[in-house]
Each structure stands twice: as structure tokens, then as C-alpha cells.
Design a protein around this ligand. Structure first.
Ligand code: NAP
Length: 357
């Protein structure tokens, strides 16, 4: 039996479309895969078949990754998941459309060595685990594994032999100028180390960042993307909306005098697992040399969403609707935080996510 190509896998995955005005996906009859499925389905002679059991990569372990030689203690200190359930209904609508992305590629080996810069972080650790489950050899590269993107320490070593680099590194609490310096210096260093052998550079950014120039953090993310787009390394940029898991942290960051101030703008958050699926699948496909946007399956008013989300956690803070409320340090307009064109939509609704947490 002929082994399915990466192209076919991605075609399977993208062969889905949203219902008109509905909030669920329907599946194309010939070839469809649930985004939430834990493994990649196979396309064999034009048909989608369930995943083969066991990792394709001899060195890969399900749910795990090869340790970088200089790795110290893995950091799993980023725990943001709320725990309460909710019966409250949220006003929801779907506005995004299926992505036009249909990467083309020739057959590739099933097992790729993939370095995840920021692979010990909240998103990165999940990406590493997902790639391991999919049969790839994923290596976390971060400060706690002996790699410093600011100084370049350890980068050349960890990238030796890597086919793909995924950059999900991040820093918090810096002033605007320092933030810009962090993302520019880090990205330049990773690109320089990747240039000799890496075939695909994937980085994660934020939906709407290029429409919000008053935010120092988002300006830095735009600068990061500019460097990648103008480099010689083939790349894909994944732009994501906010994750459900980050809602409590966001609420904390915009609390003033015990109340949470939120603008009444469109908001389309997603489950972190859906985002991780998109990052992992983008990474094993051909470089897009462009961007793909990913958002949740439902759209809300941001202030209403936060009211419901805080209530679901028995958080008694008042949510004040304030059209001047800041987010990422900037005021927002109606469309600032949602995809305005085609986007990949996650599968998990907020109601489903709450029920599972
Ligand atoms: N969360 C969202 O909703 C969302 C949405 C869109 C985009 N994003 C993007 O997702 C990315 C990751 O966010 P996150 O919340 O997962 O970040 P995070 O949990 O704070 O993790 C940051 C990672 O970066 C590493 N790191 C920091 N400085 C480094 C350095 N100088 N050298 C090497 N590694 C370094 C950290 O290493 P150590 O752990 O070893 O210190 C850690 O692995 C960010 O770029 C963010 O813009 C997030």
C-alpha cells in the first residue's frame, strides 16, 4: 500500500467547510477529518483512512519528545485552565470561512526533526507533545533547556539536522522598546541559525496585530513577522485569536478597582488544543510563504463573553462595558481581534470547553 503523502493529509484536514450561518462544520463526503481528532488521518489512493497505530518516527514517543542534550528540568509552570462549568448561553455567530490554504507538497518522510523554540511554554509544550503523538521527533528549545535566542547560545547545536523550526517563544513584562528588541533580536538569531539547513520556519502571531499599531507588544509581533517574511528561509505564519485558557489572565490584566473593563467588540477565542493542531499540521506541510489565520468556531461580544466566562468560574468581579477599554495596551475597534478574511475555525466551542474543564 502506498504511503499517504503530507499533501494528502492536509487535503483531508482542510476538506471541510462551515455551514451557512450555522455554528458547526459539515464534512465533505469524500475526505474529512475532525480537527479535534487526536491523530492525523491517512489518505490512501484518494480515500481517507484512520490513523495507523504507533509513531512513525523510530525515536518518537507518543505524547513525548526527544530531550535536547543540554536540557535541564522541563518547565510546566504555565497553568491557566479554569475549572468551573456554566449553563449560561452565549450569543454566538460564525463569520469566518474555511481557509483557502491548500498547501501543495510532494511526498515527504513521515518523521521530521522539529525544533520548537519556546517549547517549554504554555503553547510550546503542547505543540511538542502533539508532534510526538503524530510520530515526529520534537525538541523543545528554550532558556530552561540551555538555548537563549537573545544571545544565540545553543541555537546552532539544537538546530543541527532539524527540518522545521516552530517559534512560539514569548516574553512578558517588558517596556515597549525592550519588547521590540526581544522579538527582533530573537527572531534574527533563530533565522540566522535556521538558514543553513531548516526547510520550514513556522511562527505564531496574533490575529489583528497589524491593525493595532498603538500596542507595543503587537508592534513587536509585527516586526517579528516582517523579519521572517523578508528572510531567505521558507516560512509559514500562523495568526491566532486568544485562547479560552488565557481568559482569566486577560481578565486580571484589565482589572481596575476590582472591576474588569472590556470593550464591546467582536471576539472569537479558541481552545488551545485546536490551535496546537493547526500549528503542528502547518509545520509538517510545505511552507506557505504566507499566513494562515485561526480562530474559534463562534463569535461573541467580548464584554458579554467575559461576563459569562467569569461567572462560570464563580468570579464575582463586575465586567464593565467600556468602548475605550484597552487590550494589549491599545483601544479596540469592532473588528480588531477577529479574522477579516478566510480563517481556519477550531472545532471546540466555549460551552464544550467549559464542560470539559
Ligand atoms: N496565548 C494566546 O492566546 C496567543 C494567541 C496568539 C499568539 N500567541 C503567541 O504565542 C507565543 C507563545 O505564547 P505562550 O503564552 O505559550 O508563551 P509562554 O508560556 O510565556 O512561553 C514562552 C516560552 O519562550 C521561552 N523563552 C523566553 N525567552 C527566551 C529566550 N531568550 N530564549 C529561548 N527561549 C525563551 C520560554 O522558555 P523558558 O520556559 O525556558 O523560560 C518559554 O518556553 C507568543 O509569541 C504569543 O505572541 C499567543
Amino acid at each position: 500500500m502506498r504511503a499517504p503523502s503530507i499533501e494528502w493529509r492536509l487535503r483531508c484536514w482542510f476538506a471541510r467547510r462551515p455551514t451557512l450561518g450555522g455554528d458547526r462544520w459539515v464534512e465533505e463526503p469524500a475526505c474529512s477529518v475532525n480537527i479535534a481528532a487526536p491523530q492525523v488521518w491517512r489518505a490512501v489512493d484518494g480515500e481517507c483512512l484512520p490513523p495507523l497505530q504507533g509513531p512513525a518516527c523510530p525515536g518518537a514517543l507518543p505524547g513525548n519528545a526527544r530531550s535536547f542534550a543540554r536540557r535541564t528540568e522541563s518547565s510546566h509552570r504555565h497553568e491557566h485552565a479554569p475549572h468551573a462549568g456554566s449553563d449560561q448561553l452565549l450569543t454566538a455567530s460564525v463569520s469566518s470561512h474555511r481557509s483557502s490554504v491548500s498547501p501543495s507538497s510532494s511526498d515527504k518522510e513521515d518523521c521530521l526533526l522539529i525544533v520548537v523554540v519556546g517549547g517549554t511554554g504554555f503553547i510550546g509544550s503542547r505543540v511538542v507533545a502533539k508532534l510526538g503523538e503524530d510520530g515526529h521527533e520534537a525538541v523543545a528549545a528554550s532558556l530552561s533547556t540551555g538555548v537563549n535566542t537573545m544571545t544565540g547560545e545553543g541555537l546552532a547545536d539544537v538546530l543541527a539536522g532539524a527540518a522545521v523550526v516552530i517559534d512560539v517563544s514569548n516574553v512578558q513584562g517588558l517596556q515597549d522598546a525592550e519588547m521590540l528588541e526581544y522579538f527582533e533580536t530573537s527572531t534574527r538569531n533563530v533565522l540566522a541559525a535556521a538558514a543553513p539547513g531548516v526547510r520550514h520556519y513556522v511562527a505564531l502571531s496574533v490575529v489583528g496585530c497589524d491593525r493595532l499599531p498603538d500596542s507595543g507588544y503587537l508592534r513587536a509581533k509585527v516586526a517579528q513577522a516582517d523579519l521572517i517574511e523578508n528572510s531567505a528561509v521558507p516560512y509559514s505564519l500562523v495568526y491566532a485569536t486568544e485562547a479560552f485558557e488565557f481568559i482569566p489572565g486577560i481578565a486580571d490584566s484589565v482589572t481596575e478597582g476590582g472591576a474588569v473593563r472590556i470593550a464591546p467588540v467582536r471576539f472569537q477565542p479558541l481552545a488551545i488544543d485546536d490551535l496546537v493542531q493547526v500549528i503542528a499540521r502547518t509545520a509538517v506541510g510545505s511552507p506557505l510563504n504566507g499566513r494562515v489565520e485561526v480562530a474559534g468556531p463562534e463569535q461573541y461580544r467580548m464584554d458579554e463573553f467575559f461576563r459569562t466566562a467569569l461567572a462560570a468560574r464563580d468570579d464575582s468581579r463586575e465586567v464593565i462595558t467600556d468602548k475605550h477599554a484597552r487590550f494589549f495596551g491599545t483601544e479596540l475597534s469592532e473588528q480588531s481581534l477577529v479574522p477579516v478574511g478566510e480563517a481556519i475555525l477550531g472545532e471546540v466551542t466555549y460551552r464544550e470547553w467549559l464542560a470539559a474543564h
